[in-house]
Design a protein around this ligand. Structure first.
Ligand code: AMP
Ligand code: MG
Length: 415
């Protein structure tokens, strides 16, 4: 058997990282930046009003108060997107809306609530007179040019995993295209002669197939483009053909089933015939068997990752091995998920003496103590998918380790 850490190292080293490409920044949520983004210009590009109010000269407002208002003459209104026609002179003001450029001559904006203007009396027409009911300091109500981003500043660094607010930042500096790692097209090929996919009545020995929808959905959530390659029987030659055609349209392929010790483990055999099989017995429970190979695609080697067919094993294998490999290919410097030291609320039993690290499916949540609390789901066998479906994490328990209620245990959070 090989340690999980070693298996991961081997796998990541074998899986080629994508070449960076020009991506449409608005559609790049979840993608990794391949180059720093430098702002070509200031944000905001000009001083503008942070309130609806009146752009004034603060020197005009000395002594202004509710009981002794200062009256100024309104030159007109400036909306966001337009500019004032003339500067503010002594005793004058422009009505300005939030986001409107601050007119020349003004050094503050008094919010409308601090004036005699009301909903009924808008006081925005040339010649209107508005009473200011309090003093403000220079700069009040003004958002300065470049107070968000300065021209020439690095706004986002290479390696950033883009989130929705980052897309907003990119748009705010006018970066319509970025250098980044695109979404991987990842095929899912499910194998097994016993599998029924259309929900039809089962004949003796058959079962309903469960891994295809699960893996396709996991891929979509992992920011990949899932490609449904259907379900294949256990015929090695047919599988080889299916894989060959998948290479034409996928950057990577996940298979389910057919990688164990059995007599007819066709995925293992098919990869072997391609001549690039690495077959691992990973020291984890569940999901011990794992196969991978690099097959020749039109644009370079295409990793084929062979997950075990037992549904819970397929899930755990995806989380511990396939997901990090795919994230690595998509430019993630930290391809592994988040592990938190949680508290076991119940014992976490596991068989002993197998030399494997158990990843028990746990339901988990944060308690009033601010700590993550974990409790094993009922049904830890690798075929018991319904028990595992609600699990929020994988509690990591080494061989020989006893975890009792109240003990600390590392929990890998499932996304
Ligand atoms: P295998 O990894 O192909 O040896 O399969 C191990 C176990 O998982 C067997 O009991 C299979 O019937 C079951 N199995 C394999 N693939 C699937 C699948 N896609 N959906 C449900 N069960 C499966
Ligand atoms: Mg099988």
């Amino acid at each position: 058997m090989i340690d999980l850490a070693d298996a991961r190292r081997l796998l990541l080293a074998a899986c080629p990282r994508l070449e960076p490409a020009l991506l449409d920044s608005a559609g790049a949520d979840g993608c990794v930046l391949a180059a720093d983004v430098v702002a070509p210009a200031d944000v905001p590009p000009f001083d503008n009003s942070s309130v609806d109010g009146y752009a004034v000269r603060t020197s005009d407002l000395a002594g202004a108060a509710e009981h002794s208002p200062v009256r100024v003459e309104v030159l007109g209104s400036v909306l966001a997107g337009s500019v004032a026609g003339q500067p503010v002179g002594p005793g004058q003001a422009w009505k300005v809306m939030t986001g409107a450029p601050v007119p020349a001559g003004a050094d503050a904006v008094v919010m409308v609530e601090k004036t005699s203007a009301t909903r009924e009396r808008q006081l925005g027409a040339p010649g209107d007179r508005v009473e200011v009911l309090g003093e403000v300091g220079p700069g009040a109500g003004i958002r300065r040019a470049s107070s968000d981003v300065r021209a020439g500043e690095e706004v986002l660094a290479a390696g950033t995993v883009l989130r929705p607010a980052h897309l907003g930042v990119l748009a705010s500096v006018g970066a319509r295209q970025i250098s980044g790692y695109r979404r991987l097209r990842v095929g899912v090929l499910v194998t097994g002669d016993e599998l029924v996919t259309d929900g039809s009545e089962l004949r003796p020995g058959q079962i309903h197939e469960s891994n295809r929808a699960m893996l396709l959905a996991l891929l979509a959530r992992a920011n990949c483009q899932p490609v449904d390659l259907g379900v294949a029987g256990d015929d090695v030659a047919a599988l080889q053909e299916r894989l060959s055609s998948a290479l034409q349209r996928c950057d990577a392929v996940l298979t389910s089933g057919g990688v164990s010790m059995g007599d007819s483990d066709p995925v293992r055999a098919a990869l072997d015939r391609f001549g690039g099989l690495t077959w691992l017995q990973v020291a984890i429970r569940p999901a011990k068997p794992f196969a991978f190979g690099l097959l020749p695609g039109p644009a370079g080697p295409v990793p084929v990752l062979g997950l075990p067919g037992n549904p819970v094993s397929a899930l755990v294998s995806f989380e511990l091995l396939a997901r990090p490999a795919l994230r690595h290919m998509m430019g993630h410097d930290d391809p592994y998920g988040v592990s938190i030291l949680g508290i076991a609320d119940a014992p976490l039993p596991r068989p002993h003496g197998d030399g494997r690290t158990a990843f028990l499916r746990v339901s988990c949540g944060f308690g009033p103590d601010g700590r993550l609390h974990a409790r094993p789901v009922a049904g830890q066998d690798s075929h018991q998918l319904s028990a595992s479906a609600g699990a929020g994490g994988l509690a990591q328990v080494k061989d020989g380790q006893r975890v009792e209620a109240g003990d600390e245990v590392p929990v890998l959070l499932l996304s």
